[in-house]
Design a protein around this ligand. Structure first.
Ligand code: PRP
Ligand code: URA
Length: 208
């Protein structure tokens, strides 16, 4: 069964509504992508392992916890880029590994054009970042890449998913939880999510 976590947090839902609005300009759109990404990553990282420790305060010694695992943020270019900075501020020791994929407009199949992963994995947990899970081809291909690399735990953090994308990603990779702010109705005939928000890359970067 698909492991899909849709956040009903009021802050996320409020910001998502502004993000979808066709009148939202690129500057505001980028701010919203950044803010929603932070909130979704907060929810997606609730099960990170910690090591107990102690810390000296000015008043004494307190119990504390340190993150145990190395985290990799894996934005899918281009649209995933906007989700990186805010999350990175929350976890500054994370590594960022970019994966370049674009969808062939005719076949809707992902085409890989950038991948600089080193030979051996350097992180224990990977958060794939991409606002849109449409056919699921790009996300599934990215999980394929990360699994070949040797990544042990992978999560997908997106903003809007189509049912078709969830079926594909969870069918090919049932071990990868899918964290999103919304699951929309369907894909249209050219592979866009309806009602969605349009083209997430173009709306962030002011192109198209
Ligand atoms: C968009 C989006 C995802 C992909 C989702 O990227 O950011 O990466 O489409 O579609 P899928 O689930 O059907 O694979 P796009 O290929 O438009 O590239 P861009 O981010 O460079 O604009
Ligand atoms: N990519 C987007 O940017 N938007 C969609 O609706 C589908 C794929």
């Amino acid at each position: 069964m698909a492991d899909v976590r849709v956040s009903n947090h009021p802050l996320i839902q409020h910001k998502l509504t502004l993000l979808r609005d066709k009148r939202t300009e690129p500057k505001k759109f980028r701010e919203l992508i950044r803010e929603i990404a932070i909130l979704l990553a907060y929810e997606a990282t609730q099960d990170l392992a910690t090591t107990p420790t102690t810390v000296e305060t000015p008043m004494g010694v307190a119990k504390g916890y340190r993150l145990q695992e190395n985290i990799g943020l894996v934005p899918i270019l281009r649209a995933g880029l906007g989700m990186v900075e805010g999350i990175w501020e929350m976890m500054p020791s994370a590594e960022v590994w970019h994966i370049g994929l674009y969808r062939d407009e005719r076949t809707l199949r992902p085409v890989e054009y950038y991948n600089k992963l080193p030979v051996a994995p350097t992180v224990q947990v990977c958060l794939i970042l991409d606002p849109m899970l449409a056919t699921g081809g790009s996300a599934s291909a990215t999980v394929d890449i990360l699994k070949r690399w040797g990544a042990q735990r992978i999560k997908f953090v997106g903003i809007i998913a189509a049912p078709e994308g969830i079926a594909t990603l969870s069918g090919r990779h049932p071990d990868v939880p899918i964290h999103v702010a919304a699951v929309d109705e369907r894909l249209n005939e050219i592979g866009y999510i309806v009602p969605g928000l349009g083209d997430a890359g173009d709306r962030q970067f002011g192109t198209g």
